[in-house]
Write a protein that binds this ligand. Structure first.
Ligand SMILES: Nc1ncnc2c1ncn2[C@@H]1O[C@H](COP(=O)(O)OP(=O)(O)O)[C@@H](O)[C@H]1O
Ligand SMILES: [Mg+2]
Length: 238
């Protein structure tokens, strides 16, 4: 056997989507997250569960750079958030879609205008905006409502508009904080199906919820927090 003269370079390992190493976050002296270490791979659909005050929202805020941890390291695609220059934070935000419980839609603007907002902020061209908004609205099944205003739509439809707004940039991950908090079980299951179809196209999804209806429908990894600590990480099969 002849050994190659030059060493064979190993293939670069693609880094995890999200890694947290010993992350702690305090508000004054109150512990919001305590020594959290976890890893989320590209394409995962993770539920973040736990009672109110467990630290779920804090964790999501850390992931979009809206808050900084007092201790520990957070890497997104192998890059440390603490080493991002402030000019790079908007670039991170563009890669991450966010859906909240309270919709925060502009009531007097049309569905089209609401969904196009993230693209307008970036200075996208009219043609690009039209194309991407149409695509996002199709994904949530609301392209026929693009000229309506949110107040004329049902609660479930309003949440779907928020999801369209969150995916209009083609994010690498979608973070949702209690996205079904205002919805009944039937609408909850519609929204979860929508997340599943977005996930099936490759977007990593993290849903923070204390809603057992969501848990019943998602047979994925469940990370449970309590008082700022990860108390379990399990694969749930339903
Ligand atoms: N902006 C803040 N100022 C002070 N305390 C906060 C703030 N945000 C969260 N906390 C506290 O941090 C802990 C975790 O909160 P949070 O992440 O909102 O939990 P969850 O989303 O699981 O309900 C709670 O004790 C909460 O009171
Ligand atoms: Mg919360």
């Amino acid at each position: 056997m002849v050994w190659p003269l030059t060493p064979v370079r190993p293939l670069p390992l693609s880094p995890s989507m999200i890694q947290l190493f010993h992350v702690s976050k305090y508000y004054d002296r109150r512990v919001a997250l305590s020594d959290v270490t976890l890893e989320i791979e590209k394409g995962e659909f993770v539920l973040l569960m736990g009672p109110s005050g467990a630290g779920k929202s804090t964790l999501l805020k850390l992931l979009i750079g809206a808050e900084r941890p007092e201790e520990g390291q957070i890497l997104i695609q192998g890059r440390s958030l603490s080493k991002l220059r402030s000019s790079e934070i908007p670039l991170l935000r563009r890669k991450v879609g966010v859906v909240l419980q309270d919709f925060r839609l502009l009531p007097k603007k049309t569905v089209f205008d609401n969904v196009s907002l993230p693209l307008l902020v970036q200075g996208a061209s009219t043609a690009e905006i039209r194309r991407k908004v149409a695509e996002a609205l199709r994904a949530v099944g609301l392209d026929h409502k693009k000229d309506h205003v949110p107040s004329g739509l049902s609660t479930g439809e309003q949440q779907r508009i928020c999801i369209a707004r969150a995916i209009v940039n083609g994010p690498i991950m979608l973070l949702a904080d209690e996205p079904t908090g205002n919805l009944d079980p039937e609408l909850t299951s519609e929204i979860i199906d929508l997340f599943k179809s977005i996930n099936a196209r490759g977007t990593t999804i993290i849903v923070a919820t204390h809603d057992p209806n969501v848990l019943a429908q998602v047979s994925r990894r469940v990370i449970t927090l309590d008082q700022g600590r990860v108390v379990s990480q399990e694969q749930v099969c339903s």
